[in-house]
Design a protein. Sequence first.
Length: 208
Amino acid sequence: MPDGLFISFEGIDGSGKSTQARLLADGLRAAGREVVLTREPGGSDGAEAIRRLLVEGDPERWSAETEILLFNAARRDHVERLIRPALARGAVVITDRFADSTRVYQGVARASLRGLVDQLHDLVIGIEPDLTFVIDMDPEVALARGLARGSGEDRFEELGLGFQEALRAGFFDLALSFPERIVMINGAQTPDEVAQDVAAQLRARLDG
Ligand code: TYD
């Protein structure tokens, strides 16, 4: 493992994880660390091109299997071009979503394809974050926030409340399976309070 630190933020749509990723990046930069703040799907030129295929258009545009391949193609480019080089020079990489999103969205909520998701991850990705924060949030509150943004990237959010509830349960189960890596954070607080929880958990993990 290189000297860098690899952190991901996960959660259902509209959980506030993007704000938290940015706040943690700001805090670590203020402390003098080089931080690369990035997101999935996307984060590199090739992956951003693939992102447009994934987030725009009809929710049934791709089969679940094709979607998994596209997420992995985007992630492979992101890891090759941005994440590995940054970790190798000692930076902190903070990504808004990574492979846990595929495990939960494509592995559990959209289809029961966790086996395929895990096999492909082992074959073409092969790295995990050192630490993952799941921002936990009531789906009704989160869905209202997500739709209110009206970004045009609503292919996933259109799938509805039941889907978001399945996602929340999926992230919860994942946190139980990877207790050393995944930390659940209560998202039903002010952004500053959530950020304080994140910073405290990061300190505890780094010191421990
Ligand atoms: P994102 O830009 O993070 O949207 P949001 O800010 O609303 O969370 O991600 C776009 C959508 O892609 C989002 O609904 C989650 C979905 N997604 C997957 O289904 N699988 C994945 O592997 C990833 C990374 C994202």
